[in-house]
Design a protein around this ligand. Structure first.
Ligand SMILES: Cc1cc2nc3c(=O)[nH]c(=O)nc-3n(C[C@H](O)[C@H](O)[C@H](O)COP(=O)(O)OP(=O)(O)OC[C@H]3O[C@@H](n4cnc5c(N)ncnc54)[C@H](O)[C@@H]3O)c2cc1C
Length: 437
């Protein structure tokens, strides 16, 4: 049987290799550690958690809790190790990072189907291959990946603006319009009067920034200036930049406002919106505090916060299909953060889906299709085309999962019901032949 090559034994590559091996498919797992390490990796083990030791919420009223539950239900190695190496952390799933990585490393090293190659991949091998070399992929492989993509479809930095759910925006303080009424009224405009704007700029200029990692590169700031830096440049800089009020007549007053924050639709369903031009390096707590000063966002639910750091990722909506395969060259799949999923659990989940799909392909079995009602499916569908506008990396959140289609009182109840629906679908998918292996 054909051997599948998996490049990178991080969160995604380890899970992917496991899903293949447990279906009796021979795997060559190529990992550059310990010979070469990215600036963030320090250990020799697989599935190294480079920063926090938390895999976030473990509750079904939280989307990442649902994603974990789905993965557990389908026999995830990452989840098995996380559960065995759990440390007390309230409603979150935090792990002993060394024990977590050791368990996964040993499982893969002792698995007869897995050949481990401890070397840097500098070429994309022939045959069926999964590329999971992560956000800090080595330069040599990044160059080869870039050659697979049309120009500018491989990004090296994240400069992500926060995203909010539309249902949490106070529409009494906002209005739909496009600047100068061009096209359809697609933007949600969040106005501020002079007093509100000055208070906002003052807090923004003095807000706390996130710790700068050693591998961060000032170059990111040249092309994409954070809002807090703009606020420090001068009190009116933002009013002449992303908060420009011109061409946005407020239908409630018939006049222009002093400043306007624009929200742009972020998914095809129109359930989540990003803050236009709000790339930021502030801590998440500060983003919540300061951005909630925008009147329409006073109760906003942030489904993801802005981040700026080095991150190698693809313009996936243009490049990948729902199985994270390269369109037009389907022998090559991608998994993990480099597809534009964001987070340890999301990376592992994409590795799981790719492992299952690749196994089905090698064995000549029908693929297991995960629909948008499931977290693992919603993520893949968002990444491969569900987003609109400039593609930015994404965490799992309920905004990208299909809504219930009926009202349930209370957000927690509603989310819990979405989770129950998803887990029931996963149980049905588990009856498919590829899932029985
Ligand atoms: C600094 C930093 C901090 C982060 N903190 C968090 C956090 O706290 N919480 C969270 O949920 N997410 C965090 N993330 C985001 C993301 O979830 C993790 O980066 C996650 O590890 C991504 O999984 P992955 O499998 O895609 O990549 P990785 O886990 O990084 O795995 C990639 C593997 O490929 C190897 N590799 C790279 N190039 C080659 C090559 N050419 N040949 C062979 N092997 C190669 C690497 O050594 C590594 O083992 C962080 C990301 C970064 C960069």
């Amino acid at each position: 049987m054909e051997k599948v090559t998996v490049l990178g034994a991080g969160l995604a590559g380890s899970e992917c290799a496991w899903q293949l091996a447990k279906r009796n498919i021979p795997v060559r797992l190529v990992e550059m550690k310990p010979g070469k390490k990215s600036p963030a990796h320090v250990s020799d083990g697989f599935a190294e958690l480079v920063c926090s030791n938390s895999l976030r919420s473990d509750e079904l009223s939280n989307a990442v809790g649902l994603l974990k539950a789905e993965m557990r239900a389908m026999g995830s190695l990452i989840m098995e190790s996380a559960d065995r190496n759990r440390v007390a952390a309230g409603g979150a799933l935090a792990v002993d990072r060394e024990g977590f990585s050791k368990y996964i490393t040993e499982k893969l090293e002792t698995c007869p189907q897995v050949e481990i190659v401890r070397a840097e991949a500098t070429e994309i091998p022939s045959g069926t291959v999964v590329i999971a070399t992560g956000p800090l992929s080595s330069d040599a492989i990044a160059e080869k990946i870039a050659a697979l993509c049309p120009e500018s479809d491989l990004h090296f930095y994240d400069a992500v603006a926060p995203i909010v759910t539309i249902e949490s925006v106070d529409m009494d303080s906002a209005f739909f319009a496009s600047r100068y009424d061009k096209g359809t009224a697609d933007y949600v405009n969040c106005p501020m009067d002079k007093e509100e704007y000055l208070a906002f700029v003052s807090e923004l200029a003095n807000a706390k920034e996130a710790a700068v990692h050693g591998f961060d590169d000032g170059a990111v700031f040249e092309g994409c200036m954070p809002v807090e830096v703009m606020a420090r440049r001068g009190v009116d800089t933002l009013r002449y930049g992303p908060l420009k009020p011109v061409g946005l007549v407020d239908p409630r007053t018939g006049k222009n406002n002093y400043a306007v924050v624009q929200l742009r639709r972020d998914n095809a369903e129109g359930t989540i919106y990003n803050l236009v031009g709000f790339q930021t390096h502030l801590t998440w707590g500060e983003q919540k505090r300061v951005f909630s000063m925008i009147p329409a966002l006073r109760n906003a639910e942030f489904v993801r916060y802005g981040v700026m750091h080095r991150n190698t990722y693809l313009n996936s909506p243009r490049l990948l299909d729902r199985y994270y395969r390269l369109i037009g060259n389907e022998r090559i799949s991608f998994a993990g953060q480099m597809t534009g999923v964001e987070g340890y659990v999301e990376s592992a989940a994409s590795g799981m889906l790719v492992g299952i799909e690749t196994a089905a392909r090698v064995l000549g079995l029908p693929a297991a299709d995960f629909p948008q009602e499931t977290a693992i499916g919603a993520l893949a569908l968002y990444i491969s085309g569900g987003s609109v506008g400039d593609f930015q990396p994404m965490n799992i959140n309920f905004g990208i999962i299909s809504p219930l289609g009926y009202r349930v009182k209370g957000k927690r109840n509603k989310n819990a019901e979405i989770s129950q629906r998803s887990l029931a679908i996963i149980e049905e998918i588990k009856k498919k032949e590829i899932m029985q292996l």
